[in-house]
Write a protein that binds this ligand. Structure first.
Ligand code: PEP
Ligand code: MN
Length: 336
């Protein structure tokens, strides 16, 4: 349920309304302060709230029930775009992020070299997997803690904030200095992990599951937000369909759909969605034009010899062109 207050609502009456909601009804309040009005989002069992009685209060403009099961993630709770800050980088609300880096961290030279190259080409965040969810138990599983240490070295060398994936709740301590924690597609519905990430004060990059609906993605975001961590960045990375020409099928329409349903930023992964470096450029441009708040793309200095996902990794030179292309597309689209 949301309660929209009238502009310049009397402060004493506002306090009284808040304590009635919290203390008498036992509900939580999510505040959204817009330019013109304040919106109170009521979280909990709102069935006992008498809408007519609340509407009758002279500080209240309107009262509406929210039908969707996601509340904190709902745009009705928070009409303005959420802007998530990672150091000096901002994501959402018109701020576009370019996250680039290898699928997995391999060596200190590899990650720092790629970090320098992508930074020079316009990236504002570095990706790299230290813990890798691989289909085969015999495939490279990631460097683990050492991988995070190498990422931190690359951050020191370039100033780029880092994003890396967590697979296990028990590894959380290793992520203390990581700027953005990624929850991969395979863990999108690992609810215990999501709940725990809701209790920390760090942005979470939540990737859409292989076969999950928009509503399920938003409910997973809700799990994190319900714990108090509202810094959630959504990521479309392609879904499983009958199509086998690409690794997954990029759901481009999810961008406007999510823009309507949620205030959270949405970025696109053109690498895992296509599975081939030759398709990355076109798909990235499509996502940029469709209004994504950024991209996360796999870049490797030597794709042919990458330890993971080389076939979908682009070179730093290709990323430099991609970066300029995205800027041009954004300029064109903003003038439309
Ligand atoms: C990744 O980003 O390295 C990754 C494993 O992606 P996804 O979870 O989307 O498959
Ligand atoms: Mn990968």
């Amino acid at each position: 349920m949301i309660i929209v207050l009238k502009p310049n609502a009397d402060e004493k009456k506002f306090q009284k309304l808040q304590s009635w909601i919290k203390d008498d009804l036992g509900l939580d309040i999510h505040f959204s302060h817009g330019e013109k009005s304040t919106i109170l989002g009521l979280v909990g069992d709102t069935s006992k709230v008498d809408i007519d009685a609340v509407s009758a209060l002279d500080i209240v403009e309107s009262v509406k029930r929210i039908q969707e099961p996601y509340k904190a993630a709902n745009r009705k709770f928070h009409p303005l775009d959420s802007v998530i800050s990672v150091g000096d980088v901002k994501i959402g609300g018109g701020n576009f992020v370019k996250i680039a880096g290898p699928c997995s961290v391999e060596t200190i030279d590899q990650i720092t070299g790629i970090a320098r190259a992508v930074k020079a080409a316009g990236a504002n965040m570095l990706r790299g997997g230290a813990f890798k969810p691989r289909t085969s138990p015999y495939a490279f599983q990631g460097l683990g803690k050492t991988g995070i240490e190498y990422l931190l070295e690359a951050k020191k060398a370039t100033g780029l904030p880092i994003v890396t994936e967590i697979m296990e709740l028990t590894d959380l301590d290793m992520f203390n200095d990581v700027d953005v924690i990624q929850v991969g597609a395979r863990n999108m519905q690992n609810f215990r992990l999501l709940k725990e990430l809701g209790t920390i004060d760090k942005p979470i990059l939540l990737k859409r599951g292989l076969a999950n609906t928009v509503a399920e993605l938003l409910m997973s975001a809700e799990y994190i937000m319900a714990g108090g961590n509202e810094k959630v960045i959504l990521c479309e990375r392609g879904i499983r369909t009958f199509e086998t020409a690409t690794r997954n099928t990029l759901d481009i329409s999810v961008i406007p759909v999510l823009k309507e349903k949620t205030h959270l930023p949405i970025i696109v992964d053109p690498s895992h969605s296509t599975g081939f470096s030759k398709y990355v450029k076109d798909v990235t441009y499509a996502a940029t034009a469709a209004g994504a708040d950024g991209i996360i793309v796999e870049v490797h200095n030597d794709p042919e010899n990458a330890w993971c996902d080389g076939q979908q990794s682009i070179t730093p030179e290709a990323f430099a062109k991609l970066s300029t292309g995205m800027d041009k597309i954004r300029e064109v689209v903003s003038a439309l």
